[in-house]
Design a protein around this ligand. Structure first.
Ligand code: C2E
Ligand code: CA
Ligand code: CA
Length: 833
């Protein structure tokens, strides 16, 4: 057993070594009897300084003072309390944990003056400053956590193992739509009831929650549908403390939009795959990441070839991709998409497919390009249709030649470039002569085939840079590139030469002539319309002068054309308003010296224009087809006139001029025959005057026609004989009754040797073939005598009479008949017509 002194020393040594601050306090004086080193450090006073001092010297706060004033039992109740003491060294308060214990009187270091029976107190203090800061930190952390929780996008609820609510955040209240009352008042049951009431399947929810409660370690995720239409995902994880379950954390997420988005995505995927549009999806770097089925079809091959490659490997744009992208990006910025045309490069080498591209950009939340989608519509079918339409609008369907539209373009480019380099070019307007006859007599299908042959032949006369167009029925326009007057003339010649060689179709040979008018750029006009108009009037001029030739435009021609149009109009009016009349020019029989017949000649007395010459208006009427109406009218007048003479017992043959067009009209023979019977005229008293060109057309058909007319007794006479083809062959074969020597030969009589030879040859030939000969335009007695000496059968001319109105002719005939045997003399000529 150690001595009390030993014990006291041991105690002191122990107490001095303690980390904890210790004081021994005497009661009731509350004097400090002892303080260890740690205590000195804590309060910043030397041990010596504290001894015998009242402990209240250490009390830094009023609460401390109050503590020491309590009854002893309360002070020594062993309750740890927290307070602060003043540290004199550091001039600061130190947070301490303090407890006081009564020491049994037998124990202790012993002290002089210590009152027996009053307990000693041990005052211990532990520096809590560090602890204090970590508590503060902990609290800060906690409130931070709470703030985080509250701002979390997910709703969070924590419960203890019994399901009692520990905490929840704002988002939870939102998701579950917790009423305000439940937020301020803590009522677990009400909250639970509210949540149950919210779900669509409260029973299922309750069972699930019960299961979670039974198994605290379960980690699950569930999806609930709420009555308000939203869909909630609930994840639940156990909360562990020191590895043991201490509660449960529920995390709720409103996935309504997500689900909708997913549904949307699914829909989008379906649309993507089934879309008729070809679609590609590209990543932010414009590399292709996906294409749909339509796109594959359009690619005509393995889609793997394009995946991962840049958009520019799939599509060709007007601009190089580098130049195009700024434009695309601007459009994306402005409207979210760029639209334009592009060529899709198919997997077949060199094969492109035109597409209409709508290129849409998709951006992420920060506005950066995330992806782009290209919707492509196949333009190939549309292009094909367009091309066909273009072809149709630019070409003539019959011949496949360019039409006027294309000509306009060609000429416009020529004009544009010509103005830069002073070039010239020519337009040739070609009109087939009497082509209407081909159509009318052989039918339109045949005419169409002829036009195709003509087109081919014309094309052969031209160079690559020239252009042949069909601009109307039998009208062609030839554009001659870089052509001077001389070039134009030589091409016109070549064309006419080419046309001269006979065509054959269905084993039938025939010839077609054309008339060409030429206008020159820039001399004759500065635009296509003017140039065509002028070439056209030049062509008309050629026709007027006898066809089958060419001519250049001369400025005064236009006036002619206008006059022609006026005349055509007036002519149509004239017949209805009785400005037309048929006059009769007598024909004298050399054998008897008497009037044996007469030629019906059309007369037009216009109130404005005066007497219009048939030489002027008959070709026009032929050109426009009006000759058919006119001719039919003349024919009826003539037949009626002949019937009159027959009626009074003076039968005279009436000759009627028949144009080619009239003659080839279907039903011409029938109508003539009908007229004869209508007026009771024997066919022998009617004669038709035809020109040689009419007879040359279709030999077989001509034979039939003439045969039918001859059958009716109608006489056939060849007009203007000697000016045309004068082929002996047809004279032998066809039933011709008379030849009329053209006035131009008669003019040279007597004296002109060649004319005399021709006239004599004609008369001899007629006699040899048994065909009568009539001399036209006999104006003098000398002419008449020569003709008579040559053995001509009849004559006609001013020497006897001009063409006279029927009444005057009747008077003339009466006179000559009265003077039977008398020669008809020039004196008998009536007033000129
Ligand atoms: P054509 O058939 O050769 O007619 C004869 C022309 O010579 C008539 O001219 C007549 O007036 C004219 N003539 C007759 N004797 C003389 C003469 O001694 N001296 C002169 N200088 N001329 C004389 P016209 O009446 O001006 O007729 C011109 C042409 O018009 C006719 O030539 C004929 O081709 C055509 N024509 C006239 N009437 C008709 C008609 O009703 N139908 C058709 N298809 N053509 C007609
Ligand atoms: Ca005649
Ligand atoms: Ca004649």
């Amino acid at each position: 057993m150690s001595s009390p002194l030993q014990q006291a020393n041991l105690w002191r040594a122990m107490a001095d070594g303690l980390q904890q601050a210790i004081w021994l306090i005497e009661t009731p004086s509350l004097k400090m009897l002892y303080a260890n080193q740690a205590a000195a450090q804590l309060v910043g006073m030397a041990v010596q300084e504290m001894l015998d001092c009242d402990v209240r010297k250490l009390a830094a706060t009023p609460q401390d003072q109050i503590f020491w004033q309590q009854p002893l039992e309360d002070i020594t109740a062993g309750i740890r309390s927290y307070t602060t003491v003043w540290n004199a060294d550091k001039a600061c308060q130190v947070a301490v944990e303090r407890w006081v214990q009564a020491l049994p009187t037998s124990v202790g270091p012993g002290h002089a003056g210590h009152q027996e029976g009053s307990p000693l107190l041990v005052l211990s203090m532990l520096d809590r400053t560090e602890n204090e800061t970590s508590t503060q930190e902990f609290e800060a952390l906690l409130s931070e956590l709470r703030a985080t929780l509250d701002s979390a996008a997910d709703g969070i609820l924590t419960c203890d193992l019994l399901g009692r609510i520990r905490a929840f955040n704002h988002r939870l209240a939102q998701i579950w739509q917790l009423p305000e009352t439940l937020l301020t008042r803590r009522d677990d049951e009400a909250i639970e009831a509210h949540m149950h009431a919210q779900v669509l399947d409260p029973e299922g929810y309750r069972l699930r929650m019960a299961m979670l409660r039974r198994d605290p370690l379960l980690e699950v995720a569930d999806i609930f549908h709420l009555r308000n239409g939203s869909t909630i995902e609930q994840r639940s994880v156990p909360q562990l403390t020191h590895g043991r379950p201490s509660g449960r954390v529920y995390i709720f997420r409103d996935i309504t939009q997500l689900i909708q988005a997913q549904a949307g995505l699914k829909l989008a995927a379906q649309v993507f795959d089934s879309s008729l549009d070809a679609i590609f999806i590209a990543d932010q770097g414009h590399a292709i990441v996906r294409i749909n089925t339509s796109c594959q079809t359009l690619l005509q091959g393995d889609p793997a070839q394009v995946l991962g490659r840049p958009v520019s490997a799939l599509l060709d744009f007007d601009l190089p991709i580098r130049a195009l992208m700024p434009e695309v990006e601007m459009a994306w910025e402005a409207q979210g998409f760029w639209a334009g045309e592009a060529m899709l490069r198919t997997t077949q080498p060199g094969v492109f497919n035109p597409v209409q591209l709508s290129w849409v950009v998709l951006r992420d939340d920060r506005g950066a390009i995330a992806q782009s989608i290209g919707f492509m519509r196949d333009l190939a079918p549309q292009r094909a249709v367009q091309q066909r339409i273009e072809e149709l609008t630019l070409t003539d369907t019959l011949t496949g030649l360019p039409n006027r539209v294309q000509l306009t373009r060609r000429v416009q480019t020529a004009i544009d470039s010509a103005s830069k380099r002073n070039a010239e070019f020519a337009l040739l307007f070609l009109d087939l002569d009497r082509f209407k006859i081909v159509n009318d007599s052989l039918g339109h299908p045949f005419g169409d085939r002829v036009l195709k042959l003509v087109a081919l032949r014309l094309q052969d006369c031209l160079r690559q840079a020239d252009m042949l167009c069909r601009v109307g029925g039998d009208e062609f326009v030839i554009y001659l590139h870089d052509a001077s007057r001389a070039t134009a003339e030589s091409v016109a010649r070549r064309v006419l030469d080419e046309m001269n060689s006979p065509f054959t179709l269905d084993g039938m040979g025939f010839s077609i002539q054309g008339s060409i008018g030429i206008s020159l750029y820039p001399h004759d006009g500065h635009c296509l319309d003017d140039l065509i108009k002028h070439a056209d009037s030049a062509m008309y001029r050629v026709k007027e002068r006898g066809r089958g030739s060419y001519g250049f435009y001369q400025p005064e021609m236009n006036a002619n054309l206008l006059a022609r149009m006026k005349m055509e109009h007036a002519m149509r009016l004239a017949l209805g308003s009785e400005h037309m009349a048929v006059h009769y020019q007598p024909q004298v029989d050399f054998a008897t010296g008497r009037i044996a017949g007469m030629e019906a000649l059309l007369r037009w007395q216009d109130p404005q224009m005066g007497a219009v010459s048939p030489a002027a208006f008959i070709p026009l009427a032929e050109e426009c087809g009006y000759i058919i109406t006119l001719g039919a009218w003349v024919m009826e007048q003539a037949v009626r006139e002949a019937a009159y003479w027959q009626g009074i017992g003076l039968p005279l043959v009436v000759s009627v001029n028949v144009s080619a067009l009239e003659f080839r009209q279907p039903g011409f023979v029938e109508r003539t025959s009908w007229l004869l019977s209508r007026y009771g005229l024997p066919g022998q008293l009617l004669e038709l005057e035809l020109t040689e060109t009419v007879l040359l057309q279709d030999a077989q058909e001509m034979e039939q026609l003439l045969g039918a007319l001859a059958q009716l007794g109608i006489g056939l006479s060849i007009d203007d004989f000697g000016t045309g083809y004068s082929s002996l062959a047809y004279l032998k074969r066809l039933p011709i009754d008379r030849l009329k020597i053209d006035k131009s030969f008669v003019d040279g009589l007597p004296g002109q040797e060649s004319d005399e030879a021709i006239v004599y040859a004609i008369i001899s030939m007629g006699r040899a073939l048994g065909i009568e000969v009539v001399a036209e335009g006999v104006e003098t007695i000398a002419q008449r005598d020569v003709l008579q000496a040559m053995g001509c059968d009849f004559y006609q001319g001013y020497l006897c009479a001009r063409a006279l109105p029927s009444q005057q002719l009747r008077e003339l005939v009466q006179q000559t008949r009265i003077a039977v045997g008398q020669e008809v003399s020039a004196n008998a000529t009536g007033p000129s017509s």
